[in-house]
Write a protein that binds this ligand. Structure first.
Ligand code: NAP
Length: 265
């Protein structure tokens, strides 16, 4: 068994499914003690795979729940070394004229205010204990430019990319590194509908064809990247948003999506 993260205390939010589940299990397999937070009961299933994972139910967008999550890690694991803010919701693909302010508030609350709260409370706990640490936020290629999510989702992920830059600066001199990962298309609960629809039409092979690797990604490929960013191998990587999308974002689209009834050229 690898001991890359032996003895480290790790928190992963959104750990009941998809990327968060893979992240929690990878850290546990490599020696860490993991507190796994999620809204739903999937987090118990995540923890069932490894005794080193403690499941916790909570809302990553609630300040009270985030504070309680940090306090639980300190209490159960004696500190906090690695914080992965990964919980997220897509908010659907409705366009600008279909989304309301309430839709935006819902998405921003989980996807952007959630990571802010986790950094605020998590970095404070690291500082109070006189520890350095690593914080990794799951952003998205949707935060780099338009086209990979709805408007609120894209804006929330662009916010996360700036949040890690701003936080890295604000934590100057502390030894706490803050980075993001920007996944492309990964098969998880969030994208299951897309995968299921493609499979139902016998068009699974079309998934991921827009990127040079010509396939979708696996949660484990994002977990490996998050683990790298958390590890000592990334000791000089700070304030960075690492793109893991098979090369999707290296290119501009060559056909325009249908907007307001226009035809695609
Ligand atoms: P997923 O399988 O749906 O996992 C997300 C998990 O977060 C779910 O277990 C969900 O719980 C949980 N969650 C949602 N809101 C929460 C909240 N307020 N508090 C606590 N937990 C909450 O999707 P995923 O793809 O692994 O998503 C993980 C992250 O990757 C997200 O930030 C997402 O935006 C990002 N991402 C995904 C892709 C992709 O292609 N899949 C691409 C780029 C970025 P419930 O299901 O119980 O609500």
């Amino acid at each position: 068994m690898s001991t890359r993260f032996g003895g480290r205390s790790v928190i992963v939010t959104g750990a009941g499914s998809g990327i968060g589940r893979a992240v929690a299990r990878l850290f546990a397999e490599e020696g860490a003690r993991v507190l796994a937070l999620d809204l739903g009961d999937g987090v118990e299933e995540t923890a069932a795979a490894n005794d080193a994972i403690i499941p916790m139910r909570g809302d990553a967008g609630s300040e009270a729940d985030v504070a309680s999550m940090i306090a639980t890690a300190l209490d159960r694991h004696g500190g906090l070394d690695i914080l992965c803010t990964n919980a997220g919701i897509s908010g659907g693909m409705a366009g600008l004229f279909e989304q309301s302010a309430e839709d935006w508030e819902k998405v921003l609350r989980v996807n952007l205010i959630g990571p802010f709260l986790a950094i605020r409370h998590g970095a404070k706990a690291m500082l109070d204990a006189g520890r350095s640490g690593a914080i990794i936020c799951t952003a998205s290629v949707a935060g780099l430019r338009a086209g990979a999510g709805g408007p609120a989702y894209s804006a929330s992920k662009a916010g996360v990319i700036n949040l890690v830059q701003t936080s890295a600066q604000q934590l100057t001199g502390t030894g706490i590194r803050v980075n993001a990962v920007c996944p492309g298309l990964i098969e998880t609960g969030m994208t299951q509908g897309l995968y299921d629809a493609a499979r139902a039409k016998g068009r699974e092979a079309v998934i991921g064809q827009l990127n040079p690797l010509r396939r979708g990604g696996e949660p484990g490929e994002i977990a490996n990247t998050i683990a790298f960013l958390a590890s000592d191998e990334a000791s000089y990587v700070n304030g960075h948003a690492l793109i893991v999308d098979g090369g999707l974002s290296t290119s501009h689209p060559f056909s325009r999506p249908r907007v307001l009834g226009e035809t695609t050229f």
